[in-house]
Ligand binder design. Structure first.
Ligand SMILES: Cc1ncc(COP(=O)(O)O)c(C=O)c1O
Length: 386
């Protein structure tokens, strides 16, 4: 039975703003005859020692509230890990309800109604939704043809902006911004009050062969940037909902105020599991990363054989973002491809400039990738004939 609401109800304006801005749409998981290359989550189980740490935590009765910034032992371990990039104190770390809540807390802590927030176009779709929730104005800046930043356009847009939000490596394009690009960003922002959120959810998945550069390793960015991280991707812990922020203390204190207000503290048992992951998870990261590299190659080879696709450089994360040459919007193309037994994401979901691209995830099994790419080729060929 569905209740009829009495009295009549109009959702808060924030809800309407998110609905108006949002390009996000659920795509189906693999089932029956449908192969999904749409999911942005590892198909690996969480490493057994991490799950066991959670079991041990429960057995030890660790079922009480956690400190509002997060468990001290976890923040100490994270500060030590971060010190490989830049000296960090546990007092400047906020443990969050996944990367999502870290991003939400950061954006709501910074953005006032009417503030202009620059994001790349295309980029991870959550940023625009969160800026809209805060009442800010989203300013999407089209990427260059190679899917890296168009520095001229970016520089022009950043003038007078409150905030720039980006991810590196990039969902959905799979490219990795280099140290040189980050240094160019730092030069553009020099002398301005513009803040930065650097979402490095995929930082362990860089296949370029050069060392990954975090924004907080770059002079001129470090002191204006919130670093946003999550356990979801590196450790196959999407369902545990643990992430963290680090940055200049006033930013972290403000983000903590927002985060505590709508999340309280983060699940204690999940934080104990995360501590095991930070302390003993390096081999797990390496194992899964090696698997993604193999899958990336399988996908790249398969896509390269499909006429009409221009491939993106598969530098990082677990995505490829090919451009297609059919004259059909990506949302319609994705709907038609389901009829051929493969689910992918429309490029337009990540920004208007993502149109005529598809996002494929290789966080699926090798078999799913092989089958999915064959079906994609068949689908595109059939649509080309029709
Ligand atoms: C770039 C990026 N940042 C953050 C997240 C959110 O991760 P979490 O599961 O920790 O909320 C995702 C998830 O897809 C992502 O792609």
């Amino acid at each position: 039975m569905t209740l009829t609401l009495q009295p009549e109800f109009a959702p808060a304006e924030a809800v309407a703003r998110i609905a108006a801005a949002s390009r996000r749409k659920q795509q189906p998981q693999s089932s029956g005859d449908l192969v999904s290359l749409a999911m942005g989550e590892p198909d690996f189980d969480t490493p057994a020692h991490v799950t066991e740490a959670a079991n041990a935590s429960l057995r030890a009765g660790r079922t009480h509230y956690s400190p509002l910034l997060g468990e001290l032992a976890l923040r100490e371990a994270l500060a030590e890990k971060l010190s490989g990039i830049t000296p960090a104190s546990p007092a400047d770390i906020l443990v969050t309800q996944g990367g999502t809540a870290g991003l939400a807390a950061s954006i709501l802590a910074i953005v006032n109604p009417g503030d202009r927030v620059v994001i790349p176009d295309p980029t991870y779709s959550l940023y625009a939704d969160l800026v809209s929730m805060a009442g800010g104005v989203v300013d999407p800046v089209p990427l260059a043809d190679d899917l890296h930043w168009d520095l001229d356009r970016l520089g022009a847009a950043l003038a007078g902006a409150k905030l720039f939000v980006f991810c590196n490596p990039v969902n959905p394009t799979g490219i990795v911004h280099s140290r040189e690009e980050l240094e160019a960003l730092a030069r553009m922002l020099e002398g301005t009050p513009t803040l930065v959120i650097s979402d490095e959810a995929y930082s362990d998945l860089d296949y370029t062969g050069r060392p990954f550069t975090s924004a907080i390793a770059v002079d001129g960015l470090r002191d204006r940037t919130i670093y946003c991280q999550t356990f979801s991707k590196s450790y196959a812990m999407t369902g545990w909902r643990v992430g963290y922020l680090w940055g200049p203390r006033p930013l972290i204190t403000s983000a903590a105020r927002i985060h505590n207000t709508f999340n309280g503290s983060v699940n204690t048992v999940a934080q104990d599991a995360a501590l095991a992951a930070v302390r003993h998870g390096d081999a797990d990261i390496a194992r899964m990363r090696a698997a993604y590299e193999r899958r990336r190659e399988i996908m790249r080879t398969g896509l390269a054989a499909i006429p009409g696709l221009t491939l993106s450089a598969p530098e990082g994360a677990f995505y490829q973002f090919p451009r297609y040459d059919l004259d059909i919007p990506s949302a319609d193309l994705v709907a038609k491809l389901v009829e051929f037994g493969v689910a992918v994401r429309p490029g337009a979901e990540f920004g208007a400039h993502g149109e005529h691209h598809l996002r494929l995830s290789y966080a699926a099994s090798e078999e799913a990738i092989e089958t999915g790419v064959v079906r994609l080729g068949e689908g595109l060929a059939a649509l080309r004939r029709s």
